[in-house]
Each structure stands twice: as C-alpha cells, then as structure tokens.
Design a protein around this ligand. Structure first.
Ligand code: NAD
Ligand code: ZN
Length: 342
C-alpha cells in the first residue's frame, strides 16, 4: 500500500510502498479517505529535537483521519464493514489504575498512532476497535478528518464553565481557533485570542472570536480596557506553548481564574508564581481527548450548529503532499487536508 513514511533521520517525508498492516483479533482495518496534517507531523517532518528523541525510523506517520472499515477482527463487536470512522490516536493499556477506574485519558502507558506505532498516512490503518469512533451521516468527511485536533480544542475549552465568562486564548493555531469557536458557541461572553500571525488571527475573528490581538504590535491590556474588562479574564486556554504568552496570561487573569494548558512549553519554563498563589489560580494540564466523552461532545457541538468549515483552508490529493507540508509550515493556513481516495 501507498504510505507517507519517515524513512530517514533527516528533514522530510517520503511516499513509499509498505506491506498491508497486520490485524489482531481485537482490531479493525480502516481504508483511509482523508487525513490532516498536525503540528506534530510538522515536528516529525522537520526532524526537530523532540522527533529525534521520540520517533523510531522508519515510521508511517499521521493520526488525523477519516476512513471506512474494511476488515474486522474476530473478537470485535459493534462495527461492520462500510462504517465510516475516525479514531482516538491514544492507545491505552486497559490495566493501569486510571484505565481500570474509567479515567482512560490519564493512562500512564499511552502510545500514539503515527508516533510510537504505525500511523494513518497510508491507504490502510489498523487500530484497536476500542479506539474507533463511528461518524454520524450528517458530519462531513472533512470534519471527521480533524476530530483529533478538534478534540484537543473541545477537551481544553470545556474543562471549565464558560457560560457568561471572559475567555483568553493564547495561540491562534488551528486548535486555538477551534477553541475560540467552541467557547463562543457554548456561551462565553468575550473570547479574546492572541498570536503573532495575522493570517491566523483573521481566521479566528471569522470563526467567532470577539477580538484577535497581534501581541507583536498591540497590547492585550488596551483591548481589555476597550472591552471594559477591568478585573481580568475568568478562564484562560493556553494553546501556544510560548513562555511569554503564558506569563502574559497569568498576569491578565482575574482572581480565582482557571487555566487549561494544552500548549507544550519548553522544559524549565519559569513563571511568576505570585500570580498563581495570590490570585488563587487553578491550572489544569490537558493531554489528548477524554475517551470518549470529548468525541460525543464534538458530534453534538457540530450537530447543534457549530461551524468549523473555515478552519479547513487547503485540501489536495495526497500525491501533492510536499505542497501540503510547505503550506502548513508557512503558517499561512488553517488545517491542510490530504485526500487518499483519488
Ligand atoms: P500551532 O503551532 O499551529 O499554534 C501555535 C500558535 O502560537 C501559532 O499560530 C503561533 O504563531 C502562536 N504564537 C507564537 N508566539 C505567540 C505569542 N507570543 N503569543 C500568542 N501566540 C503565539 O499549534 P496547534 O497545532 O494549534 O497546537 C497548539 C499547541 O498545543 C502547541 O503547543 C501544540 O504542541 C500543543 N498540543 C498539545 C496537545 C496535548 O495533548 N497537550 C495536543 C496537540 C497539540
Ligand atoms: Zn492504562
């Protein structure tokens, strides 16, 4: 089968033929229709320090996808051939304390599709049936292909009550922008988003943010004043991984504010702990999606009218993957889709 593989320990990704993946008795095989390029795939493409320490080579990468079930393991219940599915990319162990307690997203033995095991940038993907998620008919292939990052946005945004609250989102990457749309949809009052990339800030405005602030040339404090927000933000969603963005967030939170942190900062990040302590802030780390509450919530958000269509800015046949990675790397995009069905 055709696959996009990290063949060599250097920058790039290569289209190669691979044998069909083997399926176990609890697995399903998915024929991939569409995939999306994630920030993680860009790290792997660029072969940065994290990838060098994490990714075994060769490895078929990718974990954002939609496809069709074409084969089913002998022990699998609840799926049939032809089901349209996406899937949870975190494969959990089932026997650790958290798994056994039903807190599956907190499994200490999580492995990742397209990171520690063969990924979805291929004609066929095998995953445990447990991880597959059926997509209702009224949700498009394009939307289903981005359920993984949409799920990061939903898990983070819905960590705290947003109704009537003033929300600060730092980082208008695809996930930050989707979080802004979700926050507005569920009833936040002001949703202010920051970045240094004006293309993405424009997109965030189009998708429902109250204000989009380019912190390279404008001040968040001024925008807060314009919005008459004298006391600070109630909820912060950190989605940049940039230390200065996080510091600014801590500084702009109201007393008793709550922060959900998805962005991955460099190790050894120093912050002003006085902001945390004297304001009584709560900070919650977010990893992945809740299994499978976040998935059900994504479906209902879309079915209740949340429109994420503008986040998909580019779509192309997989043979043009180089162009796709270039566009994603340029920062002048939302999500970029690769079509495998052509
Ligand atoms: P992304 O890299 O596309 O977005 C990050 C954005 O932050 C970019 O648009 C960048 O321009 C912006 N930025 C840079 N400097 C800034 C500043 N000073 N202030 C505000 N914004 C600034 O990433 P993404 O795919 O949208 O993901 C968001 C973050 O979440 C990344 O850090 C990613 O590594 C992380 N992530 C975490 C998980 C998890 O499970 N915890 C899952 C997926 C992604
Ligand atoms: Zn576990």
């Amino acid at each position: 089968m055709k696959s996009l593989s990290k063949l060599h320990a250097e920058k790039g990704i290569w289209m190669v033929e691979n044998p069909l993946p083997e399926m176990g008795h609890n697995d399903i095989t998915i024929k991939i229709r569409k995939t999306a390029i994630c920030g993680t795939d860009m790290h792997i493409y660029n072969w940065d320090e994290w990838s060098q320490n994490t990714i075994p080579v060769p490895m078929i990468v990718g974990h954002e996808y939609v496809g069709e079930v074409v084969a089913i393991g002998s022990e699998v219940k609840g799926f049939k051939k032809g089901d349209r599915v996406s899937g949870e990319g975190h494969i959990t162990c089932g026997h650790c304390r958290n798994c056994r307690a039903g807190r599956i997203h907190l499994c200490r033995n999580t492995t990742g599709v397209g990171v520690d095991r063969q990924g979805a940038f291929a004609e066929y993907l095998v995953i445990p049936a447990f991880n597959a998620f059926k997509i209702p008919d009224n949700i498009s292939d394009d939307m289903a292909a981005i359920f993984d990052p949409f799920g990061n946005a939903v898990h983070t945004a819905l960590s705290f009550d947003l109704v009537g609250e003033d929300v600060l989102i730092t980082g208008a990457g695809p996930i930050g922008i989707m979080a802004a749309a979700v926050a507005k949809h569920v009833g936040a009052r002001h949703v202010v988003i920051t970045d240094i990339n004006s293309y993405r800030l424009e997109l965030a405005l189009k998708m429902g943010a109250t204000r989009a602030v380019n912190v390279a040339d404008s001040s968040l404090a001024d925008v807060m004043q314009e919005l008459n927000m004298t006391e600070g933000f109630d909820v912060g969603l950190e989605m940049s991984g940039v230390p200065s963005a996080f510091s600014d967030m801590l500084n702009k939170m109201n007393h008793g504010g709550k922060i959900a942190m998805l962005g991955i900062p460099p190790s050894g990040l120093a912050i002003n702990w006085n902001d945390v302590i004297f304001k009584g802030l709560t900070i919650k780390g977010i990893y992945g999606r809740e299994m499978f509450e976040t998935w059900y919530k994504m479906v209902s958000l879309l079915q209740s009218g949340l429109n994420l269509d503008p986040i998909i800015t580019h779509s192309m046949p997989v043979d043009n993957f180089k162009e796709g990675f270039d566009i994603m790397g340029s920062g002048q995009s939302g999500k970029v889709l690769l079509d495998w069905s052509a």
